[in-house]
Write a protein that binds this ligand. Structure first.
Ligand code: HMG
Ligand code: MG
Length: 298
């Protein structure tokens, strides 16, 4: 059976935009976040306090966090790879900080320039500081279903990183298909394995649609009890360290499916479609959401 309600975490302003070559002004990012807030999301990934040499597009994160109109109860999240990032996120008033590693050793090296074990050591201070300041802590695990550099990733390898992040005190852990190669049965096997280590109610599915499997994988995840999913308005995204990776699954497509299934999200699809058209026009291209474009064309 499917959950009655799911939480959709909108990651477009961060995961979606981080890879854009042309600099997007803070004003446009702020308007995007504000539109998403109005649409009803309870959790928006709005910023990333990483090295601007590594991800230049996210250099405006402080301005974005300062400019958005916050709604009470909405969690505005920010990526924080180290204490420098944490201090910036704290000053910016992030409600949740995200530490991120990988189920693949090779990907960790490319993305955060250290081994998985070293990343966990680095996160120890961030995790302790988050607890001290009562900021929610989320852990994200990239390449949980396959890696562009090392190929196969086993459910056991994912579970190992879940245990490490659980022990750091994460409130939520993302199982991310960075390159979009997961298929439904594989996804269920991984979700069921990690659920042995961490409560399934606090596990989220972060799917990319590179191979067209994202909606099927979300459905398969719901069948085994996952009820938190990440998606990106207009299908924005890609990862700078995963060549050829397309965007996260489009939020509009996810919402359309949830509506049809009678699974509650508390989000207004039409407003998300408008937000998707807004940012796509700004980027000078068509939104990468089938449902979004179909609704916009009506
Ligand atoms: P490093 O070069 O090994 O670290 O980078 P470092 O400590 O030697 O620092 C290098 C320079 O960066 C120094 O500046 C630092 O001050 C600065 P310099 O002295 O050369 O002028 N620096 C910072 N500046 C601002 N904020 C910071 C910060 N930290 C250092 N927080 C590091 C290591 C982790 C910093 C780097 O590798 C990095 O920033 N990586 C981030 C990569 C990234 O953001 N990737 C995308 C996010 S992950 C993702 O998208 C996947 C996910 O969405 C799931 C999915 O889609 O599957 C989560
Ligand atoms: Mg992603």
């Amino acid at each position: 059976s499917l959950p009655k309600q799911v939480k959709i975490v909108e990651v477009g302003p961060r995961d979606g935009l981080q890879n854009e070559k042309e600099t997007i002004s803070a004003e446009v990012k702020i308007e995007l976040v504000d539109r998403l807030t109005k649409a009803g999301f309870v959790n928006i990934e709005a910023a990333s306090f990483v090295s601007p040499k590594w991800v230049p597009q996210m250099a405006t994160s402080t301005e974005v966090m300062a400019g958005i109109q916050r709604k009470a109860g909405v969690i505005y999240s920010a990526l924080t790879p180290n204490m420098k990032g944490f201090e910036a996120a704290l000053a910016a008033g992030a409600d949740e900080v995200v530490i991120f590693s990988s189920a693949s050793e090779a990907f960790a090296q490319k993305n955060i320039n250290c081994s998985i074990a070293e990343s966990i050591e680095r996160f120890r201070d961030v995790a302790a500081a988050a607890k001290q300041h009562r900021i929610r802590l989320r852990g994200s695990i990239s390449c949980a279903f396959g890696c562009p550099y090392q190929g196969e990733v086993t459910p056991e390898q994912v579970a190992d990183v879940v245990k490490l992040m659980r022990d750091l005190g994460c409130d939520e852990i993302d199982i991310a298909d960075t390159i979009g190669v997961g298929t439904p049965r594989h996804v269920q096997a991984v979700m069921q394995r990690v659920a042995q280590e961490f409560p399934i109610a606090q596990i989220s599915g972060h799917f990319h649609d590179t191979y067209g499997q994202a909606l099927a994988n979300i459905y398969a995840s719901m069948e085994v009890g996952v009820s938190i999913f990440h998606s990106s308005v207009a299908g924005l995204g890609g990862c700078p360290y995963a060549k050829g990776a397309t965007g996260n699954v489009a939020t509009e497509d996810v919402l359309f499916m949830m509506q049809g299934l009678g699974v509650d999200t508390c989000i207004d699809l039409n407003q998300v479609v408008d937000a998707g058209q807004f940012i796509s026009q700004h980027l000078g291209r068509k939104a990468v959401s089938r449902a979004g474009n179909a609704i916009a064309a009506k």
